[in-house]
Design a protein around this ligand. Structure first.
Ligand code: AMP
Length: 293
């Protein structure tokens, strides 16, 4: 694996790859790599060669009171993991390399990025879309891999790709979970003692919704109430938001129809966790729904 720190060298490598007809895959990450990231890397390796993994804790997507300083950084362990996974390139620029003095251009995906995560984390998606556009321009990947764990992020990026005619196809991969259902996240490292057990409340709430939907419930208000009740029953947890939205518009729905997402953001102690459940029309069976947790 080659470790690349500069934009110029990264551009040179992938420019040459494109010229030679390689299919380039990109997996953007903030490091502290785990099984969730590895699942994206494996998906990329099935389709592309070379695969570039970027590791950049993007300061522009953190709010002033968020966890930028304490966000886990373990570059050496990440590097070993990626080497073992036979990744071709690790692109790990510094903040000064990505945002040199005088930087002043941002991407704003209107509407989609303003609700839910965007409302709880003002400016978050502006930072995400800006850095992802830069990564796409630097790496020029044919395919870029994102997790459904961050469903709104994946939707915002898809919109940016469509609106700006970017030559990259966005691939969204399933959520990888711990054995007890907790969605794997670098931020799970913040959970202390009892909080780790309490954090399964997101999965428990979504699993209850899954069961109700499979028993025929279609009323979004009743389903959200069920979620809120389960979270309220967990003393260490408090709901930031719980909503059922159209998977395309991210606007709330009253009844389940077409593709919907049940989206959850929950504080467990001071750690903010997100998770979701995807409901889609099952094309093989008229009127039935496919549910992915
Ligand atoms: P992060 O390093 O947290 O910015 O995540 C980098 C990418 O990995 C994003 O596209 C995430 O959606 C994805 N990801 C993070 N956790 C998981 C998970 N548990 N399952 C699937 N994808 C994930």
């Amino acid at each position: 694996m080659e470790l690349i720190y500069t934009v110029e060298w990264m551009q040179q490598v992938t420019r040459q790859g494109r010229a030679e007809g390689s299919l380039i895959g990109l997996v953007p990450t903030m490091g502290a790599l785990h099984e969730g990231h590895l699942s994206l890397i494996r998906a990329a390796q099935k389709q592309c060669r070379p695969v570039v993994v970027s590791l950049f804790v993007n300061p522009k997507q953190f709010g002033p009171h968020e966890d930028l300083e304490k966000y886990p950084r373990q570059v050496d362990a990440d590097r070993t993991l990626l080497e073992r996974q036979q990744v071709s390139y690790l692109f790990a620029p510094t903040a000064a390399e990505m945002y040199p003095d005088g930087f002043r251009t941002y991407v704003n995906v209107e509407g989609l990025g303003e609700r839910l995560e965007g409302r709880s984390r003002a400016g978050h998606f502006r930072g995400v879309s800006t850095v992802v556009l830069k990564l796409f321009e630097i790496v020029r990947p044919h395919f870029a891999y994102f997790g459904r764990k961050d469903a709104q992020q994946a939707r915002v990026i898809r919109q940016m790709v469509r609106d700006l005619n970017l030559d990259t196809e966005v691939v969204v991969c399933p959520i990888v979970r711990e054995v007890d259902g907790l969605a794997i996240s670098s931020r799970n490292a913040y959970l202390k003692g009892e909080e780790r057990r309490a954090a399964t409340v997101l999965y428990r709430a979504l699993d209850a919704v899954r069961q109700e939907i499979s028993q025929g419930e279609r009323d979004a208000v009743r389903l959200v109430a069920r979620v809120e009740k389960i979270i309220a029953a967990e003393p260490l947890a408090s709901t930031d938001y719980a909503e059922i939205v159209d998977a395309d518009t991210f606007e709330p729905v009253l009844r389940l129809r077409r593709s919907c997402l049940v989206l959850l953001a929950v504080f467990v102690g001071s750690t903010r966790l997100i998770d979701n459940l995807l409901v889609e029309e099952d094309e093989s069976e008229e009127g039935s729904l496919r549910i992915s947790l």
